[in-house]
Each structure stands twice: as structure tokens, then as C-alpha cells.
Ligand binder design. Sequence first.
Ligand code: ADP
Ligand code: MG
Length: 378
Amino acid sequence: MSQHQLEITKLNKIYDKKVHVLKDIDLEINEKEFLVLVGPSGCGKSTLLRSIAGLEGVTSGDISIAGRTVTDLAPADRDIAMVFQDYALYPHMTVRDNLSFGLRMRKLPKDEIDEQVNTAAAMLGIEELLDRRPSQLSGGQRQRVAIGRAVVRRAQLFLFDEPLSNLDAKLRSQTRIELADLHRKVGATSVYVTHDQVEAMTLADRIVVLNKGVIQQQGAPMDLYREPANCFVASFIGSPTMNFFPGKLTRTGGKATFCIGNDEIDLSDCPVPEAGGDYVLGIRPEAIKVLAKQGREAEGKVDMKVTVNLIEPHGHEAHMVATLAGHQAIIRSANPHRLKVMTDAHRGDLLDVTFDREAMHFFDTSSEGLRVKTTWIS
Ligand SMILES: Nc1ncnc2c1ncn2[C@@H]1O[C@H](COP(=O)(O)OP(=O)(O)O)[C@@H](O)[C@H]1O
Ligand SMILES: [Mg+2]
């Protein structure tokens, strides 16, 4: 019998009878899966995690862990390990005592405790720190001890609530790599909460995007990037964010055109929505390509002219802020040829751009902004 390690059904959480924070959450997590729950601040991520942990009672719905309903069980009876943003280490205890605390509470034999603590310390590279107190550790080291404390528990389920958000940028990317490596070694089923879409993209087997307490979409990182279900997911996943241009699609005979303000793009050579009308065209920064003066034919036809506002060189790539048909557009490229055209450009220059035909998304203009299916015109 196949069984989900974590199963959440129709979960609702209402604070004080009026703040509806989680709305009909259905979620299943497989054994050893690393699931990342991502969404803007205040969307309910911590509330969901705390509900799974039992630190927060739910208003309705069910939670089961490894086939056992735990909705009404105390946190200690759920067999989970949780790593918080602020680490929550015991300040007066050494690292060794912090790591072994849970095991000592459960009255495990001393040999066994020592073995588990030493194994976890070796795995995390913190053997030299075992006799120090948290105040004698750097932020990154404290973070590792907090994870170590979860590792020694050998729990059914690991929960992480923005564990890297207190680290500086460099340490954050290093720790991200270590976390991925640790997950490969331990294989613990994990729910990892972050508001950082880069962490979500790089760590997740599967991403769940939450907004205002509602699951927007879930799937493999690249599936969400390539096929976002709606405007919200499209704008949340990917950095710099996707460009959006509201406009009107016209289909007549074998020809399709999209008007953004007074500018018109011929889209007869790519899939477009079945029906003409108002849409929001979504296109990622790397899918708008600046054309060089030479070799233009080989690179694609000119779709638009953009006015350069600002160039941001990043070394390996450049970002350009431009005005396209009256809207702000972010364009990025790592292609050496385009990089040169972009970094040579000045504010006020007019540049020709082409839109990557494989990377155009159409969203409806309703409040949900759903992505619309497209088909070839002929
Ligand atoms: N104890 C509480 N009482 C009332 N409202 C709360 C409580 N805890 C959180 N909230 C509200 O629930 C919403 C979601 O909070 P939270 O789950 O912490 O968001 P996130 O972790 O995604 O930033 C927020 O609007 C927050 O103000
Ligand atoms: Mg939170």
C-alpha cells in the first residue's frame, strides 16, 4: 500500500473567528520528498507549518503523518522535528547538550545518545564546536546546530521555517548547498518554508505556492517556471520578475496580432489563445532579446523598439530597464553578443528587440489572471 508521509485534507485556520488564514488546504507529501512552501510574507506559511507541528490548533480539516491521524495530538506525539528561523537553541547549554537534549528527555541509553550526536555532528561538520555554547558560535554555526538537533531526532517529518533568513547572502547560498547535500544523505521527508523564490527553486523536489492562504499551484520548480498557472505564480517565481503587458489579441484569417497601446506585434508564427480579446501578455526578461545591428536576420524579426532607461551589468549577464510600448520592461541576457549591445547602450537609446516565440504566456484579465491555453493559428 502506498502511503503519503504527510497528508493534509481541507485544512482551514481562522484566527479569532474572523481572520481566515488558511483556506481549504489539500496537500500530500511523499516519503523522502523535499517540499518547499513559498509565498509572500503574511500568506500563512508559518501558520500551516505550525499546524502540522501541532503548535497551532486548526479550525477544520485533518492532518495525518505516516498514515496516522495527528490532528488532535500534542506536538510531542507527532514524531516531527522543527527548525525555526531564530534557531531556538538553549543558551546555557553546550552544543553537545543542545543536540542531545531531546534524546535525554526520551531517556535513551547514553551510548546511543553519544553515537547519534557524534554522527549528526560529523555530518554537519560541527565536531569541533561540541563543547561551545551558542553565544560562542557564528550565525551559520548556530543554524547548523539547530539542524543537527532535528537530525538526531530521526523524526518521521522535518519542518523548517525560514531557517536561512537570518544569514547574510553569502552564507545563505553556502548553507543552501549544505542543506541540499544533507537532504541527499539523510533523505528525511521535509517541508521547508521560505519567502525566497531562489531557495524554493534550488532546494525543492516540489514547490507549493501559497497566496492569501490559498494554494495557487504546485509542481517541480522548472514546471512552475515554464508553465505558471496564473499571474501570481508567474510574477512570484523568477527573478527579475516576468514582464506583463496588457493588450488586445486580434485573429483574422491566418493572421494574429497583439496590440500593446499603439504598438502591434505580428504573432502569426506562434501559438496564441483561441479567441481574440483582452489579455495580459507575460514574457520573462530573458525571452525579450535585444538585437544587434548586424546579424539581425539570424536572431529573429524585430517585434518592438524599446527605449533604454538603465543598464545593470552583473558581470556574467546584464539587466536592462527599458520602456516598451509605454510599459516598463526588464530585459536580461548572458549571451556575449547581446551583453555587448546592452552594456554599450546609453539612456535614451532606441534598441530593436524580438520576443522569444516559445516563451510567451497569455493570462486572462480576470482577478485570478489564469494562464490561457494557446494553439497554432493554422
Ligand atoms: N496568533 C495570531 N492571531 C491572529 N492572527 C494571526 C496570528 N498569527 C498569525 N496571524 C495572521 O495570519 C496571517 C499569516 O501569518 P503567518 O502564517 O505568520 O504568515 P507567513 O509565515 O506566511 O509570513 C497574517 O496575516 C498574520 O497577521
Ligand atoms: Mg512566517
